[in-house]
Design a protein around this ligand. Sequence first.
Ligand SMILES: Nc1ncnc2c1ncn2[C@@H]1O[C@H](COP(=O)(O)OP(=O)(O)O)[C@@H](O)[C@H]1O
Ligand SMILES: [Mg+2]
Length: 278
Amino acid sequence: MSLLSLHDVSLRFGNDPQRPSVLESISLEVGEGEFVTVLGPSGCGKTSLLRLIAGFQESTGGEIVFDGQKVSGPSAERVVVFQQAGLYPWLNLRNNVAFGLKLRRRKVDWRLVEETIDIVGLKGYESYAPYELSGGMQQRAALARALVMSPRLLLMDEPFGALDALTRQRMQEFILELRERLDLTIFFITHDVEEAILLGDRMLIMQAEPGRVTFDEDIRLPRPRSEATTLTPEFQVIRQRALQTLGRVSIAAAGFTDLDTALSLNFDGSSSAREQRA
Ligand SMILES: Nc1ncnc2c1ncn2[C@@H]1O[C@H](COP(=O)(O)OP(=O)(O)O)[C@@H](O)[C@H]1O
Ligand SMILES: [Mg+2]
C-alpha cells in the first residue's frame, strides 16, 4: 500500500475563473521508503503542492490520503524542511532541535535529541547559537529538528537552494548517506535538474499554468551515488530527457544528431561539461 496518495488534487486561489489553477488534477502514489524528487520551474506550484501534503492548506479539489487517512491538517508524521533553516536565534542548537517536541507537549527525550544531533553530524555543537553555525550546519540543524519528531514522511522544499555550490554538494552527499541509514520516505522539491536526478529513486517534473505533473519515472541509477555519478553517461541521458521535458534544450531544433555534442554545449552555445546554474 502507498504511504501517500493524491487523487485528482487541484488548487485554485480566489474566485476568478479566468485565472489558471495553481495545481490541476494531480494524482500520484508514493510508496513507503521512496525518495521522490520534484523538479519544475519557479512558480509551477511545487511549494503549493508540498503545503497541501503537509496539511498547511486544503486543496480545492480531490483528496490527499496519508497512511490510509485523509489529510486534514499538519501532523508530526509529515514534517517540512524549508530553504531557510528558520532556527530560533535565541535558542542554542540543542533547544532548537527540542523545540518541536516541547511545542507538542511531549516530554523531551534528551537522549533522542543528542542522538539526532549526532546523526546530522553536529555533535559537539549542542550549545552553539544559530549565528555561530555555517549555512550548511544550520540546514543540518533544521533537518535534526525535523528528524527528532520521528516523521514517516520528510517534505523538503529546496532545502539546499540557499547554500553555496560546495556546501550544497556536501549536503547532497550527506542526504544520500542519511537516506541509506534511516528508512525514510522523502518528497524533495528542487529546481536543480542534477540534484533531482542524483538524489531521487523517482523524479517528477512539473509544468506551470496550470501546475501539473508531466513526467514521472524511476531513476534506475545504482546506489550508493555521489558527485561522480553525475559524470556517467546514464546520468547524462536522464538529464537530457529532463531538460527536454522542461523545454530548455532540443537536440533536433539545435541541429544536433550527436547526443554527446549536444550535451557538452550550454544553451548559449558555449562549451562546458555542466550546465550553468540558473
Ligand atoms: N496564497 C496564495 N494566493 C494566491 N496565489 C498564490 C498563493 N500561493 C501561491 N500562489 C501562486 O501559485 C503559483 C505557484 O506558486 P508556488 O507553489 O510557490 O510555486 P513554486 O514553489 O513552484 O515556485 C504562483 O503563481 C503563485 O503566485
Ligand atoms: Mg517554491
